[in-house]
Ligand binder design. Structure first.
Ligand code: ARG
Length: 588
């Protein structure tokens, strides 16, 4: 027997691919580079789809085979024997259906219980990646669009980290725009002594922004001053730099509170960080003949777009695009990142596609977007209100992130109190659980939809304890923990000594689903679609429910095996929660 590849422990899809790779080489020795096409099966557990394509490829070349089913038969015959495969059969036009051995599934789960869930982590072929996410703008409030960027970006970063990729989590904050001219001038007016400025003195930075913008729009003299201020700031005038730093600091502290509540870690490298490098980068692009004069500005024409990408404004200043080109240069050359992933709403798609194109033209990136170094813009749709329009408050204002977090927590706390938990638990327990459930619900509601579509924001829906919600899933997990607790057994002892048997159909189905965790994470990473993992998690809880309603656990003859299945389910669920940035709770 060939022991399925150790490199892909707990990843049956990959392990099967390895076996079929051998079989393909034996079956069609003249076609050495055929990639095995393995996917979850409709009839068996998996299927291999190579026979049909291979047939149309070889039929004109005088092959011994007579049709795709015969190719499929040969693929089965040449499959190295392995303890993972129970049986294979041909279906339809030539699909090879594979049934895995229940013993092998059980053994793989036993191994995971002993060695830990990290042994199931997928291995990606990338060493270092940048995830550029959240990235709010200084002096403006973080809103629900930044919430999506933060939540989706954090999840992608977590999944990549789990897959052994070193991730540079970058907060590309907007800290270097022309808006700083007016903000600084306004600050000078209000607080002639910048040292005395504190957070409380400025109060609401968003209000401060609005008021200064009003001045800027209405008072030409102020406008003039503000424009001068930008020049001074960018020229490095220490007084202006100090005022700028102050405003950034106040904003930063506000953002930090949100990140702390969401438990998201980020390293700030804002737009200003790249400023010292921009001139050189534009110079390099110019020397490659990419930069042209256009109506006083300097631009790069890129194929497929009817407007050029502006990289130097007519007044000589740099902009969003020049900063992004420079950040890309820095990430590729200084940080040696092989994969750079950007999260913003779909409204910015054109900007990203244009500067990616410019970078390809400069030879920084390969022409296709599959070879590394690779860049991806991960765009997402809008968050909508009940009226199906962009999500706004009643007063038609941008919804502030902190208010959403407060409400999610308050509502889940009220629901816990209604169930009498305030009498069972300490105030800290109540508070922590309300946060875990409330923030978890907010995150899951965002992550479970395909990010390309928008979704309608509804507290009632996301906090429902039935259906596809974090609340339901957190309950399911807590219930499993309680089954294990109630058994009175030492689960760590059982893990070391107990055996799993998957004799009942519901046990086998649950076991197989558990074993598909790694390949699901891998798929979510390669497609950059976290909803793939959400769906997996939801199905896992459904498979568990089927198992639990068909198979008695505590007090049954199969108690040990079934408790181990419960434990494995709880472990995989917790890993899913972790990857989705959701804090699990053990009792609810
Ligand atoms: N600050 C921008 C915004 O709020 C997002 C920045 C995204 N990252 C980037 N490298 N362009 O819209």
């Amino acid at each position: 027997t060939i022991v399925a590849n150790k490199e892909f422990t707990g990843n049956p899809r990959r392990q099967l691919a390895k076996l079929f790779e051998v079989s393909l080489k034996l079956t069609v020795p003249d076609e050495p580079n055929v990639e095995p096409l393995i996917e979850p099966g409709k009839f068996g557990d998996y299927q291999c789809n190579n026979a049909m394509g291979l047939w149309s490829f070889i039929k004109g070349k005088g092959t011994q085979f007579r049709g795709p089913p015969a190719v499929g038969q040969a693929l089965i015959k040449n499959l190295p024997s392995s303890e993972m495969v129970e049986s294979c059969s041909i279906a339809g036009p030539g699909f090879v259906n594979v049934v895995l051995s229940a013993k092998w599934i059980a053994k793989s789960i036993e191994n995971m219980l002993v060695d830990g869930i990290d042994t199931w982590a997928p291995t990606l072929s990338v060493k270092r990646a940048v995830v550029d996410f959240s990235s709010p703008n200084i002096a403006k409030e973080m809103h629900v669009g930044h919430l999506r960027s933060t939540i989706i970006g954090d999840t992608l970063a977590r999944m990549l980290e789990y897959s052994k990729v070193e991730v540079l989590r970058r907060n590309h904050v907007g800290d270097w725009g022309t808006q700083f001219g007016m903000l600084i001038e306004f600050l000078f007016e209000k607080f002639p002594d910048t040292d005395s400025v504190t957070e409380t003195a400025i109060g609401d930075l968003q209000m401060f922004y609005k008021k200064s913008k009003l001045r800027f729009d209405l008072d030409p003299e102020f406008k003039e001053k503000a424009q001068q201020a930008v020049v001074r700031l960018q020229g490095g005038d220490p007084v202006y730099r100090k005022a700028w730093a102050k405003i950034c600091e106040i904003s930063r502290n506000e953002f930090a509170k949100v990140y702390q509540r969401l438990r998201v870690e980020l390293e700030e490298k804002g737009e200003s960080f790249y400023n010292p490098y921009i001139a050189n980068v534009i110079e390099e692009l110019s020397s490659k003949g990419l930069v042209e004069e256009n109506e006083g500005a300097r631009v790069i024409f890129v194929e497929g777009f009817n407007i050029p990408l502006m990289v130097v404004k007519s007044n000589g200043g740099f902009n969003y695009a020049s900063t992004d080109l420079t950040a890309l240069w820095y990430r590729l050359n200084e940080e040696k990142a092989e994969w750079i992933i950007y999260l913003t709403d779909l409204g910015q798609q054109q900007h990203f596609h244009m500067f990616f194109k410019a970078a390809r033209k400069a030879g920084w990136l390969p022409d296709d977007d599959k070879t590394y170094p690779r860049v991806n813009h991960v765009g997402f749709g809008l968050v909508l209100g009940a009226d199906n329009k962009r999500f706004r408050t009643r007063a038609n204002e941008v919804v502030r992130l902190v208010d959403l977090l407060d409400e999610a927590k308050d509502r889940s706390k009220a629901a816990l109190i209604e169930r009498g938990k305030d009498k069972e638990w300490t105030p800290e327990e109540l508070d922590q659980t309300a946060e875990a459930v409330g923030y978890g619900a907010l995150k899951f509601a965002d992550l479970k939809t395909n990010r390309l579509t928008g979704y309608t924001f509804s507290f009632d829906q996301m906090l429902n304890d039935k259906g596809d919600t974090a609340v339901y899933l957190l309950y399911a997990h807590a219930r499993i923990c309680s089954i294990i607790r109630k058994s009175g057994k030492d689960i760590d002892e059982l893990k070391r000594t107990g055996k799993i048997a998957l004799d009942h159909a519901a046990e086998r189905a649950l076991g197989l689903h558990l074993l598909q965790f790694a390949e699901t994470v891998e798929e979510a990473c390669t497609t950059l679609l976290p909803n793939v993992l959400c769906k997996y998690l939801y199905y896992l809880s459904e498979e568990f429910t089927k198992f639990y309603s068909n198979c008695q656990v505590n007090g049954s003859a199969e108690e040990t095996s079934r408790l181990l299945l419960c434990e494995a389910t709880a472990i995989v669920m917790r890993k899913c929660f972790y990857l989705l940035g959701i804090t699990p709770v053990y009792k609810l």
